[in-house]
Design a protein around this ligand. Structure first.
Ligand code: COA
Length: 315
Protein backbone atom coordinates (compact mmCIF):
# COMPACT_ATOMS: atom_id res chain seq x y z
CA UNK A 1 0.00 0.00 0.00
CA UNK A 2 1.28 3.44 -0.85
CA UNK A 3 0.06 6.77 0.43
CA UNK A 4 0.70 9.83 -1.75
CA UNK A 5 0.11 12.88 0.40
CA UNK A 6 1.35 15.98 2.25
CA UNK A 7 4.20 15.35 4.65
CA UNK A 8 3.47 15.40 8.38
CA UNK A 9 5.52 17.66 10.63
CA UNK A 10 7.05 14.70 12.47
CA UNK A 11 8.26 13.22 9.15
CA UNK A 12 10.42 16.23 8.18
CA UNK A 13 13.67 14.76 9.57
CA UNK A 14 13.05 11.48 7.73
CA UNK A 15 12.53 13.41 4.46
CA UNK A 16 15.78 15.36 5.05
CA UNK A 17 17.55 12.01 5.38
CA UNK A 18 16.06 10.79 2.10
CA UNK A 19 17.17 13.94 0.24
CA UNK A 20 20.67 13.76 1.68
CA UNK A 21 21.00 10.11 0.59
CA UNK A 22 19.58 10.54 -2.92
CA UNK A 23 21.35 13.81 -3.78
CA UNK A 24 24.52 13.36 -1.71
CA UNK A 25 24.17 16.96 -0.52
CA UNK A 26 23.95 18.20 3.06
CA UNK A 27 20.52 18.55 4.66
CA UNK A 28 21.11 22.31 5.08
CA UNK A 29 20.24 22.83 1.41
CA UNK A 30 16.69 21.48 1.74
CA UNK A 31 16.09 22.65 5.29
CA UNK A 32 17.18 26.25 4.64
CA UNK A 33 14.57 26.60 1.87
CA UNK A 34 11.92 25.21 4.21
CA UNK A 35 12.94 27.47 7.13
CA UNK A 36 13.17 30.62 5.01
CA UNK A 37 9.75 30.40 3.34
CA UNK A 38 7.09 32.71 4.73
CA UNK A 39 3.61 31.13 4.70
CA UNK A 40 5.14 27.70 4.42
CA UNK A 41 2.58 24.91 4.64
CA UNK A 42 3.20 21.19 5.16
CA UNK A 43 0.95 20.81 2.10
CA UNK A 44 3.90 22.01 -0.02
CA UNK A 45 6.11 18.99 0.72
CA UNK A 46 4.58 15.83 -0.76
CA UNK A 47 5.67 12.28 0.04
CA UNK A 48 5.05 8.71 -1.10
CA UNK A 49 4.90 6.45 1.96
CA UNK A 50 5.15 2.66 1.67
CA UNK A 51 4.53 0.68 4.88
CA UNK A 52 5.17 3.74 7.01
CA UNK A 53 8.46 4.66 5.26
CA UNK A 54 9.00 7.68 3.00
CA UNK A 55 10.25 6.40 -0.37
CA UNK A 56 9.72 9.47 -2.54
CA UNK A 57 9.34 13.21 -2.00
CA UNK A 58 8.95 16.48 -3.89
CA UNK A 59 8.68 20.02 -2.59
CA UNK A 60 7.62 23.46 -3.73
CA UNK A 61 8.94 26.73 -2.29
CA UNK A 62 6.77 29.78 -2.89
CA UNK A 63 8.72 32.88 -3.90
CA UNK A 64 7.83 36.36 -5.13
CA UNK A 65 9.63 36.89 -8.44
CA UNK A 66 9.44 40.05 -10.55
CA UNK A 67 7.61 39.82 -13.88
CA UNK A 68 8.47 41.59 -17.15
CA UNK A 69 7.40 44.95 -15.64
CA UNK A 70 9.23 44.40 -12.36
CA UNK A 71 6.02 43.55 -10.48
CA UNK A 72 6.37 40.72 -7.91
CA UNK A 73 4.32 37.63 -8.77
CA UNK A 74 4.06 34.34 -6.92
CA UNK A 75 6.25 31.61 -8.40
CA UNK A 76 6.45 27.96 -7.28
CA UNK A 77 10.08 26.80 -7.12
CA UNK A 78 10.16 23.01 -7.42
CA UNK A 79 12.94 21.24 -5.57
CA UNK A 80 13.92 18.16 -3.59
CA UNK A 81 12.38 15.79 -6.19
CA UNK A 82 13.72 12.36 -5.22
CA UNK A 83 12.69 8.69 -5.10
CA UNK A 84 14.66 5.96 -3.34
CA UNK A 85 16.28 3.69 -5.97
CA UNK A 86 14.20 0.63 -4.96
CA UNK A 87 10.92 2.56 -5.36
CA UNK A 88 11.57 4.07 -8.78
CA UNK A 89 9.47 3.60 -11.93
CA UNK A 90 6.23 3.16 -10.03
CA UNK A 91 4.87 6.58 -10.95
CA UNK A 92 5.38 8.05 -7.46
CA UNK A 93 7.38 11.10 -8.42
CA UNK A 94 5.06 12.23 -11.19
CA UNK A 95 2.03 11.65 -8.96
CA UNK A 96 3.60 13.91 -6.31
CA UNK A 97 4.42 16.55 -8.93
CA UNK A 98 0.79 16.46 -10.11
CA UNK A 99 -0.29 17.10 -6.51
CA UNK A 100 2.15 20.02 -6.38
CA UNK A 101 0.72 21.48 -9.59
CA UNK A 102 -2.74 21.45 -7.99
CA UNK A 103 -1.33 22.95 -4.81
CA UNK A 104 0.42 25.79 -6.70
CA UNK A 105 -2.89 26.69 -8.37
CA UNK A 106 -4.68 26.73 -4.99
CA UNK A 107 -1.99 29.00 -3.55
CA UNK A 108 -2.24 31.42 -6.48
CA UNK A 109 1.13 30.75 -8.13
CA UNK A 110 1.38 32.31 -11.57
CA UNK A 111 4.16 30.08 -12.81
CA UNK A 112 6.69 27.50 -11.75
CA UNK A 113 10.42 26.97 -12.24
CA UNK A 114 12.90 24.18 -11.55
CA UNK A 115 16.55 23.30 -12.19
CA UNK A 116 17.38 19.83 -13.45
CA UNK A 117 19.25 17.62 -15.85
CA UNK A 118 16.32 15.15 -15.99
CA UNK A 119 14.25 17.09 -18.51
CA UNK A 120 12.21 14.06 -19.59
CA UNK A 121 10.89 13.61 -16.09
CA UNK A 122 9.12 16.99 -16.14
CA UNK A 123 8.28 17.53 -19.82
CA UNK A 124 5.16 15.26 -19.80
CA UNK A 125 3.81 17.38 -16.93
CA UNK A 126 4.08 20.65 -18.83
CA UNK A 127 7.47 22.09 -17.86
CA UNK A 128 9.54 23.34 -20.79
CA UNK A 129 13.25 24.03 -21.09
CA UNK A 130 14.33 27.63 -21.17
CA UNK A 131 17.75 29.31 -21.16
CA UNK A 132 18.82 31.42 -18.19
CA UNK A 133 20.89 34.39 -19.37
CA UNK A 134 24.65 34.22 -18.79
CA UNK A 135 28.01 34.91 -20.42
CA UNK A 136 31.51 33.50 -20.87
CA UNK A 137 34.18 36.11 -20.30
CA UNK A 138 37.88 36.39 -20.99
CA UNK A 139 39.96 38.88 -19.03
CA UNK A 140 42.24 41.37 -20.73
CA UNK A 141 45.91 40.53 -20.61
CA UNK A 142 46.88 43.15 -18.04
CA UNK A 143 47.54 43.62 -14.31
CA UNK A 144 44.58 44.16 -11.98
CA UNK A 145 44.82 45.65 -8.52
CA UNK A 146 42.67 45.34 -5.43
CA UNK A 147 41.75 48.74 -4.01
CA UNK A 148 42.14 49.27 -0.25
CA UNK A 149 38.37 49.82 0.06
CA UNK A 150 37.68 46.21 -1.02
CA UNK A 151 37.15 43.69 1.79
CA UNK A 152 35.96 40.11 2.09
CA UNK A 153 32.52 40.07 3.67
CA UNK A 154 31.57 37.34 6.16
CA UNK A 155 29.89 36.63 9.46
CA UNK A 156 28.56 38.93 10.90
CA UNK A 157 27.08 39.66 7.48
CA UNK A 158 25.91 43.23 6.77
CA UNK A 159 22.57 41.93 5.50
CA UNK A 160 20.71 45.18 6.11
CA UNK A 161 23.07 47.09 3.81
CA UNK A 162 23.36 44.23 1.33
CA UNK A 163 19.57 43.99 1.21
CA UNK A 164 19.26 47.74 0.55
CA UNK A 165 21.78 47.55 -2.30
CA UNK A 166 20.07 44.44 -3.70
CA UNK A 167 16.68 46.17 -3.63
CA UNK A 168 17.98 49.41 -5.23
CA UNK A 169 19.81 47.56 -7.96
CA UNK A 170 17.03 45.09 -8.73
CA UNK A 171 13.93 47.09 -7.84
CA UNK A 172 12.50 46.84 -11.36
CA UNK A 173 14.54 43.96 -12.70
CA UNK A 174 12.61 41.09 -14.35
CA UNK A 175 13.09 37.60 -12.91
CA UNK A 176 14.74 38.67 -9.66
CA UNK A 177 13.41 37.25 -6.41
CA UNK A 178 12.10 39.39 -3.56
CA UNK A 179 14.34 38.68 -0.58
CA UNK A 180 12.72 38.91 2.83
CA UNK A 181 14.81 39.25 6.00
CA UNK A 182 14.09 35.54 6.57
CA UNK A 183 15.48 34.62 3.15
CA UNK A 184 18.63 36.73 3.74
CA UNK A 185 19.27 35.43 7.24
CA UNK A 186 18.68 31.73 6.49
CA UNK A 187 18.80 30.71 2.82
CA UNK A 188 21.24 33.35 1.51
CA UNK A 189 23.49 33.16 4.59
CA UNK A 190 24.06 29.41 4.40
CA UNK A 191 24.71 29.61 0.64
CA UNK A 192 27.20 32.50 1.04
CA UNK A 193 29.05 30.45 3.64
CA UNK A 194 29.71 27.46 1.39
CA UNK A 195 33.49 27.03 1.08
CA UNK A 196 33.57 27.54 -2.69
CA UNK A 197 31.80 30.89 -2.49
CA UNK A 198 33.23 34.31 -1.65
CA UNK A 199 31.80 37.77 -1.30
CA UNK A 200 33.71 41.03 -1.84
CA UNK A 201 32.40 44.34 -0.57
CA UNK A 202 33.51 47.93 -1.10
CA UNK A 203 33.43 49.93 2.10
CA UNK A 204 33.91 53.72 2.03
CA UNK A 205 33.53 55.76 5.24
CA UNK A 206 32.14 52.67 6.98
CA UNK A 207 29.34 52.37 4.48
CA UNK A 208 28.93 49.43 2.09
CA UNK A 209 28.88 50.81 -1.46
CA UNK A 210 28.46 47.50 -3.26
CA UNK A 211 29.10 43.79 -3.13
CA UNK A 212 29.99 40.98 -5.49
CA UNK A 213 29.37 37.23 -5.05
CA UNK A 214 31.36 34.57 -6.90
CA UNK A 215 32.29 30.91 -6.68
CA UNK A 216 35.50 29.14 -7.38
CA UNK A 217 34.49 25.69 -8.58
CA UNK A 218 36.13 22.83 -10.47
CA UNK A 219 35.29 24.47 -13.75
CA UNK A 220 36.68 27.87 -12.83
CA UNK A 221 35.30 31.11 -11.49
CA UNK A 222 31.67 32.08 -11.73
CA UNK A 223 30.58 35.67 -11.11
CA UNK A 224 27.08 35.21 -9.71
CA UNK A 225 25.81 38.49 -8.36
CA UNK A 226 26.69 42.13 -7.89
CA UNK A 227 24.71 45.01 -6.42
CA UNK A 228 25.48 48.73 -6.20
CA UNK A 229 23.41 51.90 -6.28
CA UNK A 230 22.25 52.28 -9.90
CA UNK A 231 24.76 54.44 -11.79
CA UNK A 232 27.67 53.76 -9.40
CA UNK A 233 30.02 52.51 -12.10
CA UNK A 234 33.03 53.46 -9.93
CA UNK A 235 32.13 50.85 -7.31
CA UNK A 236 31.45 48.25 -10.02
CA UNK A 237 34.89 48.95 -11.50
CA UNK A 238 36.64 48.69 -8.15
CA UNK A 239 34.88 45.41 -7.27
CA UNK A 240 35.55 43.92 -10.70
CA UNK A 241 39.22 44.85 -10.47
CA UNK A 242 39.39 43.07 -7.10
CA UNK A 243 37.67 40.02 -8.56
CA UNK A 244 39.96 39.99 -11.62
CA UNK A 245 43.09 40.22 -9.48
CA UNK A 246 41.89 37.22 -7.41
CA UNK A 247 41.36 35.19 -10.57
CA UNK A 248 44.78 36.14 -11.91
CA UNK A 249 46.39 34.98 -8.65
CA UNK A 250 45.23 31.50 -9.73
CA UNK A 251 46.72 31.98 -13.22
CA UNK A 252 43.23 31.95 -14.71
CA UNK A 253 42.00 34.47 -17.26
CA UNK A 254 38.44 33.24 -17.95
CA UNK A 255 35.27 33.27 -15.92
CA UNK A 256 31.56 32.79 -16.44
CA UNK A 257 29.18 35.57 -15.55
CA UNK A 258 25.56 35.43 -14.54
CA UNK A 259 25.26 39.21 -14.37
CA UNK A 260 22.48 40.82 -16.38
CA UNK A 261 22.91 43.34 -19.15
CA UNK A 262 22.79 46.65 -17.30
CA UNK A 263 24.02 50.20 -17.97
CA UNK A 264 25.86 50.30 -14.61
CA UNK A 265 27.66 47.00 -15.20
CA UNK A 266 28.29 46.88 -18.95
CA UNK A 267 30.98 49.59 -19.20
CA UNK A 268 33.13 48.37 -16.28
CA UNK A 269 32.81 44.75 -17.49
CA UNK A 270 33.95 45.76 -20.97
CA UNK A 271 36.95 47.53 -19.35
CA UNK A 272 38.29 44.32 -17.80
CA UNK A 273 37.19 41.83 -20.48
CA UNK A 274 38.79 41.03 -23.78
CA UNK A 275 35.65 39.12 -24.77
CA UNK A 276 32.18 38.62 -23.30
CA UNK A 277 30.07 36.05 -25.14
CA UNK A 278 26.42 35.85 -24.11
CA UNK A 279 25.44 32.18 -23.63
CA UNK A 280 22.35 30.74 -21.99
CA UNK A 281 22.57 28.21 -19.17
CA UNK A 282 20.54 25.11 -20.15
CA UNK A 283 19.36 23.61 -16.82
CA UNK A 284 16.11 25.49 -16.26
CA UNK A 285 12.49 24.47 -16.91
CA UNK A 286 9.37 26.59 -16.51
CA UNK A 287 5.62 26.02 -16.59
CA UNK A 288 2.67 28.40 -16.48
CA UNK A 289 0.29 27.70 -13.59
CA UNK A 290 -2.27 30.51 -13.76
CA UNK A 291 -4.25 30.62 -17.04
CA UNK A 292 -3.20 34.26 -17.57
CA UNK A 293 0.41 33.07 -17.89
CA UNK A 294 1.51 31.35 -21.09
CA UNK A 295 4.68 29.72 -22.40
CA UNK A 296 5.07 32.76 -24.69
CA UNK A 297 4.95 35.16 -21.72
CA UNK A 298 7.59 33.13 -19.86
CA UNK A 299 9.72 33.01 -22.98
CA UNK A 300 9.57 36.80 -23.32
CA UNK A 301 10.36 37.25 -19.60
CA UNK A 302 13.51 35.12 -19.81
CA UNK A 303 14.64 36.83 -23.02
CA UNK A 304 14.67 40.31 -21.46
CA UNK A 305 18.35 41.33 -21.57
CA UNK A 306 18.16 42.98 -18.15
CA UNK A 307 16.58 39.87 -16.56
CA UNK A 308 18.45 37.64 -14.13
CA UNK A 309 17.62 34.90 -11.66
CA UNK A 310 20.47 34.88 -9.14
CA UNK A 311 22.10 31.58 -8.09
CA UNK A 312 21.70 32.40 -4.41
CA UNK A 313 17.92 32.17 -4.89
CA UNK A 314 17.98 28.70 -6.44
CA UNK A 315 16.15 25.72 -4.89
C1 COA B 1 14.01 11.34 -11.27
C2 COA B 1 13.30 10.54 -10.17
C3 COA B 1 12.82 11.51 -9.12
C4 COA B 1 12.13 9.79 -10.80
O1 COA B 1 11.39 9.16 -9.75
P1 COA B 1 10.33 8.00 -10.03
O2 COA B 1 9.47 7.90 -8.82
O3 COA B 1 11.00 6.79 -10.50
O4 COA B 1 9.50 8.66 -11.25
P2 COA B 1 8.20 8.06 -11.95
O5 COA B 1 8.01 6.63 -11.53
O6 COA B 1 7.07 8.99 -11.74
O7 COA B 1 8.61 8.13 -13.47
C5 COA B 1 9.79 7.51 -13.91
C6 COA B 1 9.52 6.57 -15.09
O8 COA B 1 8.81 5.42 -14.64
C7 COA B 1 7.72 5.15 -15.52
N1 COA B 1 6.68 4.44 -14.77
C8 COA B 1 5.71 4.97 -14.01
N2 COA B 1 4.95 4.01 -13.48
C9 COA B 1 5.47 2.83 -13.93
C10 COA B 1 5.14 1.48 -13.71
N3 COA B 1 4.12 1.15 -12.94
N4 COA B 1 5.92 0.55 -14.30
C11 COA B 1 6.96 0.88 -15.07
N5 COA B 1 7.32 2.16 -15.31
C12 COA B 1 6.59 3.12 -14.74
C13 COA B 1 7.31 6.52 -15.95
O9 COA B 1 6.52 6.48 -17.13
C14 COA B 1 8.65 7.16 -16.18
O10 COA B 1 9.19 6.70 -17.40
P3 COA B 1 9.75 7.71 -18.51
O11 COA B 1 10.78 8.57 -17.78
O12 COA B 1 10.35 6.82 -19.53
O13 COA B 1 8.56 8.48 -18.96
C15 COA B 1 14.26 9.49 -9.54
O14 COA B 1 14.82 8.73 -10.58
C16 COA B 1 15.37 10.11 -8.70
O15 COA B 1 15.21 10.29 -7.51
N6 COA B 1 16.54 10.38 -9.32
C17 COA B 1 17.66 10.96 -8.60
C18 COA B 1 17.39 12.42 -8.21
C19 COA B 1 16.94 13.26 -9.39
O16 COA B 1 17.50 13.14 -10.47
N7 COA B 1 15.90 14.10 -9.17
C20 COA B 1 15.23 14.85 -10.21
C21 COA B 1 16.07 15.83 -10.87
S1 COA B 1 16.20 17.34 -9.98
Amino acid sequence: MVELRAIRADEWDEALGLWEEVFGVGQWLFDSLHQSTTDRSWEHARVAVEDGRIVAAADVFLRQVRDEDGVPQLMGGIGSVATRPEARRKGYSRALLNQIIERMAIDGCKWSMLFTGSFDHYAPLGWKRIALPGADAQLKNQEFTTDSTVVRLGDPWPFTEMGQLYDSFNGQRPLTGIRTDLIWSIAIKVRLEQPERFCLGRVVDRSLKGYLVATKGNRGFDLEEMAVQPGDTETVSVLLQGFASLIKEDWIDKFSSQLPTDPTLDGPLAEICERLDRVGSPWTMVRPVDPSWTDARLDALFKKPEAVFYSLDKF
